[in-house]
Design a protein around this ligand. Structure first.
Ligand SMILES: [Zn+2]
Length: 334
């Protein structure tokens, strides 16, 4: 069973799934101290409800919210949104950190001034097994980030904790990678060295790359790649993103790609007014309305699209433990 905001679902009931999105990306301390005139909780919630309801009318049944700590995760407003929409919303855990964790983690942990067990492991496992921040909302995915700074000490700390949490819970790990640095390969090597089977890993933002050799190497090692930023024309045009997916489909990789937008109904980083002016196609309806037709026109089959939007997310989100139960075998490292 897969955890959603409204309780567990069978993987076959998730349907068409956008596996890398954000409901709200926030910074609660900035909201207090540097008030952003575009952040209004009720307005943002109404926008999310309208957007997710429209998405469901387009056939999308599930959306994974990859807003983890470090991106202002706050399950309260998302829970309220999830209860007002027909789409399944899935929560996640992990930590978004490009170089250094918040101060708390410098002082808490094994061998640190406040000598405790690794708090990141406790956080991730509790989010997955019991619920996030005292709510019954359980996380369905783990997320780690490697950006331009590479695998710093703190990034490594998050990745190790996520590896341990994966082994304890069986939920998949997705990454935020920097395609320009081809660092998905480095993420794979690190996670594999820490006992994570690479077929349980999604290398996120791989779709920012048009380097077919790089993308094939990630998939040949067992991972699924996130073609997950459609509409982000300021990074790479949709035309080139579509062309890359089509090239990889022709090479037989339909079972190793997932499609999404990395969009948000509100983000403090790129607020609604900026998005409306600069990236008008960067929203969650873009794949069903524009990208799927473009893929079909370019030679993708209905089965390919179904595989990338339904089959692959369902397979990946199913926790390893219950997968073992269904298949009667133990999954070994890839
Ligand atoms: Zn994201």
């Amino acid at each position: 069973m897969i955890a959603t905001y409204r309780g567990p679902r069978e993987s076959r009931d998730l349907g068409k799934t956008l596996i890398h999105e954000h409901i709200f990306v926030r910074d609660p301390s900035l909201e207090r101290d540097l008030v952003h005139d575009e952040w209004d909780r009720d307005t943002a919630m109404d926008r999310a409800v309208a957007g997710l309801t429209a998405l469901h009318a387009l056939g999308v049944q599930s959306v994974v919210d990859l807003t983890v700590p470090g991106l202002g995760r706050d399950v309260g407003p998302v829970f309220a949104v999830a209860n007002r929409v027909p789409v399944n919303v899935l929560a996640s855990t992990g930590f978004y950190v490009r170089s250094e964790l918040p101060l708390y983690f410098a002082f808490h942990g094994p061998g640190r001034p406040v000598d405790t067990p690794e708090p990141l492991i406790d956080l991730f496992v509790r989010d997955i097994e019991s619920g996030i921040a005292g709510t019954p909302v359980r996380a369905a995915m783990l997320k780690v980030t490697t950006d331009a700074a590479g695998i710093t000490d703190d990034v490594a700390r998050v990745m190790i904790a996520a590896s341990v949490a994966h082994q304890q819970t069986g939920v998949p790990i997705t990454t935020h990678s920097l395609a320009a640095a081809r660092n998905g390969l480095e993420q794979q090597a690190f996670l594999r060295a820490h006992g994570v089977p690479l077929d349980r890993v999604i290398i996120g933002h791989a779709g920012d790359s048009v380097d077919v050799d790089y993308l094939r190497a990630l998939m040949d090692a067992g991972s699924t790649i996130g073609m997950d930023r459609f509409g982000m024309d300021h990074v790479l045009s949709d035309e080139r993103r579509v062309r890359t997916v089509l090239a990889l489909l022709r090479l037989g990789y339909a079972d190793r790609m997932v499609l999404s937008h990395d969009a948000a109904f509100y983000s403090v980083a790129t607020p609604p007014s900026w998005r409306a002016a600069m990236t008008p196609r960067w929203h969650m309806e873009h794949i069903p309305r524009v990208i799927v037709p473009a893929l079909l026109e370019g030679g993708a089959s209905d089965a390919d699209v179904q595989q990338m939007l339904v089959g692959n997310p369902g397979r990946l989100l199913e926790p390893t433990a219950s997968r073992m139960g269904q298949e009667g075998k133990v999954a070994g490292p890839a």
